[in-house]
Design a protein around this ligand. Structure first.
Ligand code: PEP
Ligand code: MN
Length: 273
């Protein structure tokens, strides 16, 4: 793919990114947590439950990119402090979204991975800002973007000096309406043949339907993904955002068991990837 100097395969192997006790790009990483941080009890109880079920990292939005300005926008700094508390208690590294270039530096004090959401994939000033810090960045695919545009956005971050970019396929807009987005799992092997960067899959936003999350998580393993990110809530029916796609902690635990079994099967069959 022309124009990609840093994101394309370069013969020096696949990028592995160490995040606390976890290495993204080795094995299959499971990131779980609520769409939004809502309260101390909600995030701590969810963190404990996903940790017990076998998650490797905790997700949770403190700054939410909502389609309507009247919807819950996140708890901001309070939310970040609660995530920090959850990390202290569980040891799970934190993945949280940054919306504004002016917030990047101080959010780094709380986040282990900075998430760039689909709506900001081509926010070039934000990409340049996260390219200057020493935290890994999870770059979600723009819902209207091609793989080439997505990789060029990764290139913006890499070009500023930050080598630690994780791509996240979260579904794209098509004419389909049964699902919230069309999860493009073909992007996973496509990225693996174009780039050395790790890629994870978000079946929660990618389908928007509870019943489809487990099968698409399983398919993510087989597609060659480096992990999944899933929305989980201690009481899904009370989620203030993305209720319809949020797993209960019991449902999540069931999915983790199946994912780990499938991962062992795939790894034993291929002698590791
Ligand atoms: C999220 O992960 O909470 C989120 C808002 O995702 P996306 O940017 O993929 O819609
Ligand atoms: Mn969400």
């Amino acid at each position: 793919m022309k124009g990609l100097k840093l994101a394309s395969l370069n013969g020096s192997g696949r990028t592995r990114i160490k995040v606390g006790p976890v290495t993204v790009g080795e094995g299959f990483v499971i990131i779980a947590g609520p769409c939004s941080v809502e309260s101390e009890q909600q995030i701590l109880e969810t963190a404990r439950a996903v940790k017990a079920a076998g998650a490797n990292m905790l997700r949770g939005g403190a700054f939410k990119p909502r389609s309507s300005p009247y919807s819950f926008q996140g708890l901001g700094l309070t939310g970040l402090k609660l995530l920090q508390k959850a990390r202290e208690e569980t040891g799970l590294p934190i993945v949280t979204e940054v919306l504004d270039p002016r917030d990047v530096l101080w959010i780094c004090e709380y986040a282990d991975i900075l998430q760039i959401g689909t709506r900001n994939m081509q926010n070039f000033s934000l990409l340049k800002e996260v390219g200057k810090v020493d935290k890994p960045v999870m770059l979600k695919r723009g819902m209207y973007s091609t793989i080439e545009e997505w990789l060029n956005c990764a290139e913006y971050i890499l070009n500023e000096g930050n080598p630690n970019v994780i791509l996240c396929e979260r579904g794209i807009r098509t004419h389909e309406t049964y699902t919230r987005n069309t999860l493009d799992l073909s992007a996973v092997p496509a990225i693996r043949e174009l780039s050395h960067l790790p890629i994870i899959v978000d079946p929660s936003h990618g389908t928007g339907r509870l019943s489809l999350i487990e099968p698409m998580s399983m398919a993510s393993v087989v597609s060659g993904a480096d992990g999944v990110i899933l929305e989980v809530h201690i009481r899904p029916e009370e989620s203030v955002s993305d209720k319809d796609q949020t797993l209960s902690t019991e449902q999540f635990a069931g999915i983790v068991k199946k994912l780990r079994a499938l991962q062992s099967f795939v790894e034993s069959g291929s002698g590791g990837r």
